[in-house]
Write a protein that binds this ligand. Structure first.
Ligand SMILES: C[S@@+](CC[C@H](N)C(=O)[O-])C[C@H]1O[C@@H](n2cnc3c(N)ncnc32)[C@H](O)[C@@H]1O
Length: 292
């Protein structure tokens, strides 16, 4: 009897082991396709080559006086280098086919311009969709650089304090929390302190986030019609004249819900809407909405 029970026990443990191993493999097979939360299994050298190539092309387009840039945005060399460095840690991943960080360059340019025209000391920014914290780092760095008080509130369902794989050059030695990842990109405490990470979906968080005003918003979260419509509404009723909303991925082939929500918003609301084309990817566009 005892021998029989022992055999059943061993067989059960064996099956459990196979089941756990299969689940683990399936889990990684699934998540490796997703640039965030994937184990970092790339060759650093190849990834840095991709980064350098992209950097060279963007450098030509965004820093030269004579560059035939579609966006007509010009960025000082040291600012370009700073954003490129952030991108190498907070954007670059082994999903290299569409590596591009122009949204950071465009955001930097429009937010610097916004700050130049807005002398108020306290500035409130809202970002929907934090990911690895690239855009919130840019906004917060500019606030610090210009000596402004204020906050960058940034919303994402992914935790900020829990260590995970981000598929970044910086977590090749092990999991990092979002905050650790951002600090590994060289972001100092004064920049991190201005960023408030809010964990959850925008619909959950915005329901209970009582911001009285929003000067500058960057919408880049769940790219559906209903989410973008609700996010635009939340921001619009909290903005004064001159307030800006920037929205990424205005692309009807990939995100028709985003395009529909933005078109309706620009038609009905008191906002002036401009589209900015990307240099590296013709299909990718940003929308800049300014309250009038
Ligand atoms: C394109 S990434 C954001 C990139 C980031 N803004 C940047 O510039 O580095 C989209 C992010 O939106 C987050 N997200 C997905 N659904 C969301 C939701 N309902 N509300 C807020 N964020 C969401 C994802 O977890 C992901 O990190």
């Amino acid at each position: 009897m005892l021998i029989f029970l022992r055999r059943v026990h061993i067989r059960f443990l064996g099956m459990l082991e196979v089941f756990l191993l299969l689940s683990y493999k399936l889990f990684y097979l699934y998540f490796d396709k997703w640039p965030i939360c994937a184990r970092s299994n790339f060759a650093k050298k190849d990834l840095l080559k991709v980064h350098q190539n992209t950097k060279n092309t963007l450098y030509e387009q965004y820093t030269s006086n004579n560059a035939s840039t579609i966006t007509k945005i010009q960025i000082a060399k040291q600012d370009f280098d700073f954003i490129s460095h952030l991108a190498s840690i907070l954007v670059l991943s082994n999903k290299t086919s569409d590596y591009n960080y122009e949204h950071g360059l465009i955001l930097f340019s429009f937010f610097s311009d916004f700050l130049r025209k807005n002398p108020s000391k306290h500035i409130t920014c809202l970002e929907i969709g934090t990911a690895k914290g690239f855009s919130s780092s840019i906004l917060s760095s500019l606030l610090c650089g210009e000596g402004r008080s204020g906050n960058v509130f940034t919303i994402d369902p992914i935790h900020s304090e829990r260590p995970i794989f981000w598929n970044s050059l910086s977590d090749s030695n092990g999991k990092k929390s979002r905050v650790e990842l951002m600090k590994s990109a060289g972001l100092k405490n004064n920049i991190m302190d201005k960023i408030t990470f809010l964990r959850g979906t925008s619909s959950d968080i915005l329901n209970r986030l009582s911001l009285s005003s929003i000067d500058f918003a960057f919408i880049d979260g769940l790219h559906t019609y209903s989410a973008v419509k609700a996010e635009l509404q939340y921001v619009a009723i909290r903005q004064n004249k001159g307030g800006k909303i920037i929205l990424d991925d205005f692309n009807s082939n990939m995100f028709d819900g985003v395009v529909k929500a933005v078109n309706e918003f620009c038609l009905l609301r008191d906002y002036e809407c401009d589209i900015v084309d990307f240099v590296l990817d013709e299909s990718r566009k940003l929308v800049i909405m300014t309250k009038i």
